[in-house]
Design a protein around this ligand. Structure first.
Ligand code: NAI
Length: 306
């Protein structure tokens, strides 16, 4: 199989490395900067003998080289600077994502699309609109990353192995995300049994600010290692038809009482893309938080089209 990554910046290039070194697929890295994706591809190819895989990695500035991809990942756009919210990226990235999606679908009409560019839920909606794809074949990555952050903070607080912590974060990728604390467990034991409510509230708050915390520390761009890992998990579940149940930004058609909006919900990911959207029984408070989150996505979809 072949995966195209549009945008060979920090998230895109790290994702290329993950996909090749996990031996999942050949990779085409595309960017508008001449020579840059070609150089990165050559660098990755030179590591193949050491990393013991034989995946092809191609760098290009031309969409014709991406043809026949099973998956297209869109990471093209600008990242945040300190003090910026994801929404500040709206207009610039909207243009880039719409153009990239149209170019990519023209050469890979059967591909499944994963959008990573921020503001994530809005960009996924715009890519859905631009490609005309059925909702099963277009989605955004955010929940897997936000959940991994929540799990990390829980594991650090309890001093347990991160892999033993399972949690899910729904809603939009931003301050209005909806971490489902009540469903978070350490090997099946609810964290509400293990931690005080005030501590859980602090971990939830740190999760909401997880991206900004890194932007503030780095001062130049944002996180990319964990975002690349999170995206590779989605790529893997699709390519290997693993049927993992992951929080994915999906186009909703009435689920959770929401329609014509993209937002993070639990989805089963397999070779058909989003094969099922799972509807949980949320508490009134959680449902309200999800709706508030969806409203802000809607507002930004409108703003992006002004
Ligand atoms: P970056 O600046 O390192 O890379 C972006 C790349 O896109 C650059 O190489 C740039 O040349 C390229 N690009 C710009 N316009 C293009 C076009 N029209 N066609 C093709 N390529 C184009 O940024 P980074 O750190 O890789 O982040 C990429 C995006 O992903 C940002 O919008 C960022 O906010 C977002 N992001 C989203 C996450 C999520 O959870 N959904 C997590 C981390 C980042």
């Amino acid at each position: 199989p072949r995966v195209t990554i549009v945008g060979a910046g920090r998230v895109g290039s790290t994702l290329a490395q993950r996909i090749a070194e996990k031996n999942l697929a050949d990779v085409v890295l595309l960017d508008i900067i001449a020579g840059m994706p070609q150089g990165l591809a050559l660098d990755l190819v030179e590591a193949r003998g050491i990393e013991l895989h034989n995946r092809q990695i191609i760098g290009t500035n031309n969409y014709a080289d991406t043809s026949g991809s099973q998956i297209v990942v869109i990471t093209a756009g600008i990242p945040r600077k300190p003090g910026m919210s994801r929404d500040d990226l709206l207009k610039t990235n909207a243009k880039i994502v719409v153009e990239a999606s149209k170019n990519a679908i023209a050469h890979s009409p059967n591909a499944i699309f994963i959008v990573v560019t921020n503001p994530l839920d809005v960009m996924t909606y715009l890519a859905w609109e631009a490609t005309g794809l059925p909702r099963s074949r277009i989605m955004g990555m955010a929940g897997v990353l936000d959940s991994a952050r929540f799990e990390t903070f829980i594991a650090l607080e309890l001093g347990v192995l991160p892999a033993d912590v399972k949690a899910m974060v729904l809603g939009s990728h931003g301050d209005l995300m909806v971490p489902l604390s009540r469903y978070a467990t350490v090997n099946g034991i609810p964290i509400t049994e293990l931690l005080d409510a005030t501590i859980i509230a602090r971990l939830v708050e740190r999760t909401r600010n997880g991206g900004a915390e890194i932007v503030e520390l780095m001062q130049t761009g944002g996180a990319f290692f964990a975002p690349a890992s999170a995206t590779s998990v989605m790529v893997e579940s699709i390519l290997l038809n693993q049927s993992r149940l992951l929080p994915v930004a999906a186009y909703l058609q009435g689920e959770y009482g929401l329609e014509d909006v993209v937002i993070g919900v639990p989805c089963r990911l397999g070779c058909g893309g989003i094969e099922r959207v799972l509807e949980l029984n949320l508490t009134d408070e959680e449902r309200e938080a999800l709706h508030t989150s969806a409203q802000s996505v809607r507002k930004n979809i409108e703003r992006s089209q002004e």
